[in-house]
Design a protein around this ligand. Structure first.
Ligand code: ZN
Length: 167
């Protein structure tokens, strides 16, 4: 297993649209394991393949306290949603920035697992937020894009400055 480099906003590669996974094989399972290791090391509660510059539809999520409920979702789709909830979100690609975002409160998700089997489940609370946030990444969208233009500009300037200073 290996830690992967996480792209940092405003890297334009974060806006690429991820392609569907055609085949679940050992290469994909290896990538999923590396993504999980990278997420836990960060530490974070979710990571999309887009964030490690692999533009395929796969995300890893673990919102548990004990970090023992890893979910790997391949080709995830939200098939139903209900309600609205506001949560403060952060992102491994946007370090140090936390902002409130409104999303669906309940979602039903369809995805494949690491055996290639399709399944459906309901999610709420932090898990629902996290899955919606990660699927956005696959669609080339970063959570700060829900904010006002002014806030986005301020975040962009701040992060570019940080990135220059750490280079
Ligand atoms: Zn993110």
């Amino acid at each position: 297993m290996a830690l992967m480099k996480i792209l940092q906003y405003p890297d334009p590669r974060l806006h690429k649209i991820a392609q569907p996974v055609a085949r679940v094989d050992d290469d994909l399972r290896r990538l999923a394991a590396d993504m999980a290791e990278t997420m836990y090391a960060a530490p974070g509660v979710g990571l999309a393949a887009t964030q490690v510059d692999r533009h395929i539809r796969m995300i890893v999520v673990d919102v548990s306290e004990e970090k023992n409920q890893l979910m790997t979702l391949i080709n995830p789709v939200i098939v139903a949603k209900d309600g609205e909830a506001v949560h403060e979100e952060g992102c491994l690609s946007v370090p140090g920035i936390y902002e409130k975002v409104t999303r669906a409160e309940l979602i039903r998700v369809r995805a494949q697992n690491l055996e290639g089997e399709s399944h459906e489940f309901d999610a709420e609370g932090l898990l629902a937020v996290c899955i919606q946030h990660e699927i956005d990444h696959l669609d080339g969208k970063v959570f700060v894009e829900y904010l006002s233009r002014l806030k986005q500009d301020r975040i962009r300037t701040k992060l570019l400055k940080q990135q220059r200073e750490t280079m």
